[in-house]
Design a protein around this ligand. Sequence first.
Ligand code: FES
Length: 143
Amino acid sequence: MELPTDPTTVSRRCFIGGCAAAATVITAGTAAAASDVQPCGKLPPGTVLAKKADVPLNGGVIVYFDDETSVAVAQPKKGTYTAFDAKCTHQGCMCSEVDKNLIVCMCHDSRFSSVDGKRKSGPAKKPLPKIKTKIKGEDIVVA
Ligand code: FES
């Protein structure tokens, strides 16, 4: 499957029902910030994750690329954006929202910091892998 490089569709239905195709963004509330690197295996550098304007301060969005690939993009601090592989490190469900600086997996209620991906609560033990990003114009892209 060819990965889209410009996810622009916003669809909450996508994460509730199990989206198959095309990329897309969702969610948000309030999130946090982070800083490190762990390439999201399937996403090549330059892949657009989200538009800055779509990522709320102290919240974030979940961008779905395919059934196995989704990314949590957050803005924990004004103008600071972070991104993490949204596949939960507990049993592999996709995290489905970013709220109050937490990335949430609803399967068993694991919560991860949107600053650094570390587990804050729930059964997951490992942090969410961080994805290195950069800003390109109005977009947040994979570095
Ligand atoms: S799979 Fe995410 S909390 Fe269990």
